[in-house]
Design a protein around this ligand. Structure first.
Ligand code: MF3
Ligand code: CO
Length: 246
């Protein structure tokens, strides 16, 4: 699970391509665009950077990015759905460069959104940074989830527990699992050179979810909105470095 400095350099490039893809897509997230159009823009951009979309064909996944709108939590499949003013959309992007992956999700407003959706986006993003803030060698994996869960509870948001963060490297999903909840001082010890994706999914209502008949899209059980913020990071000598920077 510990990456060499050569591997970290490639993971840094892969992560930067993912961050840049987010930056590039952002300008197109407006009422009137379809999620399929966003997928095509992302595909073309990632290819133009000499990388490949990590998600395309991953366990049969049929697109380059995940586009999850409103009550969709994660793994929404790009389609002819047209974004509407007031929607929120979580865009999850993976890119593979010279065999190494980067993975980052972000939730965006579409035009003007309600106060409660603003609240959800603001506090889900903050919960990600709360989780990251505890990372340094010697800390435990579950210290991350503990920090995220405490922050979410304080803000009365539901923490999705069925899906977790993960190691990142030559594979998109590696050990260890990185849950968004947990007990302090439990789980594997973090060490310099570990690369992990931390990815809280928080709901305005219940934490409960279900999966649609397409076998991919995850939805909140009460149909209330959900947000998802994810960065891939490397554990450093005294903290962490975000590899999927914007
Ligand atoms: N980014 C997702 C994750 O964080 C992976 C999407 S899986 C796919 O684990 F199959 F949809 F590609
Ligand atoms: Co991930």
């Amino acid at each position: 699970m510990i990456k060499s400095s050569e591997e970290i350099e490639l993971l840094r490039i892969a992560g930067q391509i993912v961050g840049d893809t987010h930056n590039y897509l952002k300008q197109f997230i407006k009422p009137g665009i379809t999620t399929k159009e966003l997928d095509k823009l992302a595909y073309d951009y990632i290819i133009s950077r000499d990388a490949t979309p990590s998600f395309l064909n991953y366990e049969g996944y049929p697109a380059s990015i995940c586009t999850s709108v409103n009550e969709e939590v994660v793994h929404g499949i790009p389609s002819n759905r047209v974004l509407q003013e007031g929607d929120i959309i979580s865009i999850d992007i993976g890119a593979c460069y010279k065999g190494y992956h980067g993975d980052s999700a972000w939730s965006y407003p579409v035009g003007n959104i309600s106060e409660e959706k603003k609240y959800l986006l603001e506090h889900t993003e903050k919960s990600l940074y709360e989780g990251l803030s505890v990372i340094k060698p010697g800390m435990k994996i579950c210290d991350i989830g503990y920090a995220i869960e405490q922050y979410a509870l304080k803000h009365k948001l539901g923490v999705v527990k069925e899906l977790v963060g993960h190691g990142v490297g030559k594979h998109l999903h590696e050990s260890p699992d990185v849950p968004n909840y947990g007990k302090k001082n439990t789980g594997m010890t973090l060490r310099k050179g570990m690369v992990i994706a931390v990815e809280p999914m928080l709901n305005l209502g219940t934490a409960d979810i279900y999966i649609l008949d397409d076998d991919w899209t995850i939805i909140t059980a009460d149909d209330k909105p959900s947000a998802h913020f994810e960065h891939t990071i490397v554990v450093t000598k005294d903290g962490y470095e975000i590899l999927t920077k914007r």
